[in-house]
Structures are given as structure tokens and as C-alpha cells.
Design a protein around this ligand. Structure first.
Ligand SMILES: [Zn+2]
Length: 431
């Protein structure tokens, strides 16, 4: 018996930290300690009774126990559950904290967390009526999907998609770091701005035909009123039809850069030959990943604003730093594709690739150099040239392609390890 005890103590020690992180994200730092303690106690007893079998993954087993302990806690505390700050979720997939900029592990950050809840309530005022009702019912009043559907007289599917759309939008509103003034309800100019940011981030997914009905309606509504977004959307729609992607079992990279709009849309295709195996594990943990389990390296300057998969589903993630490097820590993945795309939107400064030449006031030089991600890959870089540019001279790259009025200078090649993809050109611009 004591051998079992020893080996469980080892397991507890090895897993305590991520359990605590997960619990903190769910219930806040104050309660997390107790909850994890209780979960580990239950796990130890089950372990002694040999209710854990070696064939399953220990992490998934512990995660289940933790989630049940959290649920039990809320069930027991019933109406005395704390208002708002902790009671915003009813099941693990709909955890509101996932959508906050950063789950808060320390007491100081709990203050910020309260601020965030307040901001959410303000942001909520800006959602369409239906989404607002769903969000309030689901996350503030804490009703289940079914109860919400019943109350609002809607199909469960609509409650689910409406709830997702609402949380995504709120996350987006909070993510763009707008001032409290911007959250005022009646200022249509400011609402317009938020709508523009939201839609701009989804133009590539729109061009690829990957938006859900609800988002599609929203983006199309915006495109009718925003020439900037319309120009980018139409150009990308044409461009993606012309692109040739690499084979499914190799890496591909695509970057579509609009320097004037300070945005790069793109994607990285990563082959996962063991996708099936990973999906079995994902199923065991309902797609809810422990912290730091699935991280994407966030290289370069600028800011990643969105991350989506082959079907346009947006990954919830937190930005983390580990050993001085930036990563996106993904919280939830439903499934992995054998050729997994990570579509992203990357906010970058104009000067990253373009500079004004010293010898002439109206001469601009653009230069892009990037190395292969893996041994062999299809690499595509398309850069929009300003509408009024003249005398475009290509130095390196494949040429210029016009898509619905937008000219892209581009380099598009298979490159192998040690190779670089280069795009270099200049133009005159008289402003
Ligand atoms: Zn716009």
C-alpha cells in the first residue's frame, strides 16, 4: 500500500502545477488551492482503490476529477455562489475566463480581473440584441444551453453559435484595448471603429469562405460601408483562387501583406502524420488542453490578433512568455487535421518591409527575406503595392499579379532548408 501511496505522491507533485493553473482560470486564485487539494485527495483515494488504469492518460484522468470537483463545488454552494466574478460559467467549454485577455493567477491580478468583468458588462451593451440576450442568460445568469434555448425560444444550436459569436466579439472588443469612452453605447462613430476592427480581422477567412453564417452576415454588412475592408476582401478573394498550395504532407506558408493597412493575413500549414492519435487524446479531455500543452511560437514584431483552423474556427489562446520567447498557448482544440492550417492575422508596422530611399523623396524600397520553416516547404509572400505607385521595378521575386484592382508584388516558390524566399522591388509614389 505504501508503494502505491509513494507513486501517487509522485503523480500529485508532477501534476499539481498545471491543475492549479487550470483551476485558477476557472475559479480564481482564492479557491483554486482548495479545489486542487480536494481533487488530488479524491484522486489519491481512487488510485488506492485501483480505479485508475494504466491504459488511460493520467492527465486526462486528473482533469476529469478536477472538473467534477469544480462542478461539485458550485452545486454545493448553490445560490451562495459568488456573483458575477466566479459564477460566469456552467460547463468547462463555455468558460468566460477563456475569453479574457489573461487568466489571473495572483491577488494583484484579481483586481484586474474584476475590472475585466466590468468591461465585459460594458462591452455587452454593444452586441446585437439576440447575442446580448444569449450571453446574459448563459454566462451572467448561469443557465445551461438547454435552459437558455427554452427561455429564449431558440434552437440549442443557435444558442451555442450565438453564445460563441458574443464571446468572440467581447474578447475582440476587450482585446483591442479601447478606452472606456469607446464603450459608451450611443456613439455610432466608435461602434463603427470596433466593427471595422472585428471585420478587418476576419477578411481572410471571409475570402477563403470559412466564416460561419453569423460572422459572414456581419462582415458582409460591414463591407457594404467600408471601402478599405472591401478593397482588401475582394483582392484576397481573387488571390486565394489563384494560389497553388504545397502537398498535404509538407509545410506551407502564406503571407498576404497590406503594408498601408498594417496587416498581414496568412497561414501556416503543418503536417500532423499522427493526427488520429492526437484526436483520440483530445476527445478524452474534451479538447480542453492543460496550460502550456499546445503552444505556437509567436516570432517577430507586431501582434497576432486571431488564430483559426482549417474550418475557420477560432482558437482561444493566451499570450505567454517562456524562457524569454513569446508563445500563443492554445486552450481548446476540437480536432487536429493531418494537414493542419493555422490561419492568423498579424498586425505589423509599415516599416517592417518598406523604407523611403535616401536618394529620392518619392522612391520606396521593399525588401522581404524569410527562411524555410522546415526542410522543404511551399512559401508564398504577396505584398500589396500602394494604389498610386508608379515605375515598379522588380529586383527579386516572381513578379506582379493584379487582383480586383490591387497589385501584389510576390515571391512564390518551393524552398528547402537553408534557402530563403526573397522579394525585392521599388516604386515611385507622389503623394
Ligand atoms: Zn473596415
Amino acid at each position: 500500500m505504501s508503494a502505491i501511496k509513494d507513486s501517487f505522491e509522485h503523480i500529485a507533485k508532477a501534476n499539481r502545477e498545471w491543475l492549479l493553473r487550470h483551476a485558477t482560470g476557472k475559479v480564481g486564485a482564492d479557491l483554486a488551492e482548495d479545489i486542487v487539494q480536494e481533487a488530488l485527495f479524491k484522486a489519491a483515494r481512487a488510485y488506492e482503490r485501483e480505479q485508475y488504469h494504466e491504459d488511460g492518460k493520467i492527465e486526462a484522468w486528473l482533469m476529469r476529477i478536477l472538473q467534477n470537483t469544480i462542478k461539485d463545488h458550485y452545486r454545493k454552494s448553490g445560490s451562495s455562489a459568488p456573483p458575477l466574478s466566479l459564477d460566469l460559467f456552467t460547463d468547462e467549454q463555455d468558460d468566460l475566463y477563456t475569453y479574457l485577455p489573461d487568466p489571473s493567477p495572483t491577488p494583484e491580478e484579481r483586481v484586474i480581473e474584476k475590472e475585466s468583468v466590468h468591461s465585459i458588462l460594458l462591452a455587452l451593451q454593444m452586441l446585437p440584441k439576440k447575442q446580448k440576450a444569449i450571453f446574459t442568460c448563459r454566462f451572467i445568469e448561469g443557465r445551461s444551453l438547454e435552459q437558455t434555448a427554452d427561455r429564449l425560444q431558440m434552437p440549442v444550436g443557435s444558442v451555442k453559435s450565438g453564445g460563441n459569436a458574443a464571446t468572440t466579439k467581447i474578447r475582440n472588443i476587450l482585446g483591442v484595448k479601447i478606452s472606456p469612452n469607446l464603450l459608451r453605447r450611443n456613439n455610432s462613430m466608435e461602434n463603427k471603429n470596433i466593427e471595422h476592427e472585428f471585420c478587418k480581422d476576419r477578411l481572410f477567412l471571409y475570402a477563403k469562405g470559412l466564416l460561419s453564417h453569423e460572422k459572414l452576415a456581419e462582415v458582409e454588412g460591414h463591407l457594404a460601408t467600408c471601402p478599405t475592408c472591401r478593397r482588401m476582401a475582394n483582392a484576397m478573394k481573387k488571390l486565394v483562387q489563384k494560389l497553388t498550395f504545397g502537398p498535404e504532407d509538407e509545410h506551407s506558408r502564406l503571407l498576404i501583406h497590406f503594408p498601408e493597412e498594417k496587416v498581414i493575413y496568412g497561414g501556416l500549414a503543418v503536417p500532423f502524420p499522427n493526427a488520429e492519435e492526437i484526436n483520440v487524446r483530445l476527445k478524452e479531455i474534451d479538447g480542453n488542453l492543460p496550460a502550456m500543452d499546445f503552444m505556437i511560437y509567436d516570432e517577430g514584431e507586431g501582434e497576432i490578433r486571431l488564430l483559426a483552423d482549417n474550418c475557420g474556427s477560432e482558437f482561444p489562446y493566451t499570450k505567454v512568455t517562456k524562457d524569454g520567447e513569446k508563445y500563443l498557448d492554445i486552450h481548446h482544440v476540437d480536432r487536429i487535421y493531418p494537414c493542419q492550417w493555422f490561419y492568423f492575422v498579424w498586425e505589423v508596422d509599415e516599416t517592417v518591409t518598406t523604407e523611403r530611399a535616401k536618394e529620392a523623396y518619392n522612391l520606396y524600397r521593399c525588401k522581404v527575406t524569410q527562411g524555410a520553416v522546415r526542410t522543404e516547404q511551399k512559401d508564398m509572400y504577396y505584398q500589396a503595392i500602394p494604389e498610386k505607385a508608379e515605375n515598379i521595378r522588380m529586383k527579386r521575386g516572381n513578379g506582379i499579379i493584379e487582383c480586383d484592382g490591387v497589385r501584389f508584388a510576390y515571391a512564390d516558390n518551393f524552398i528547402s532548408e537553408g534557402d530563403t524566399l526573397r522579394l525585392e522591388y521599388s516604386y515611385l509614389l507622389n503623394e
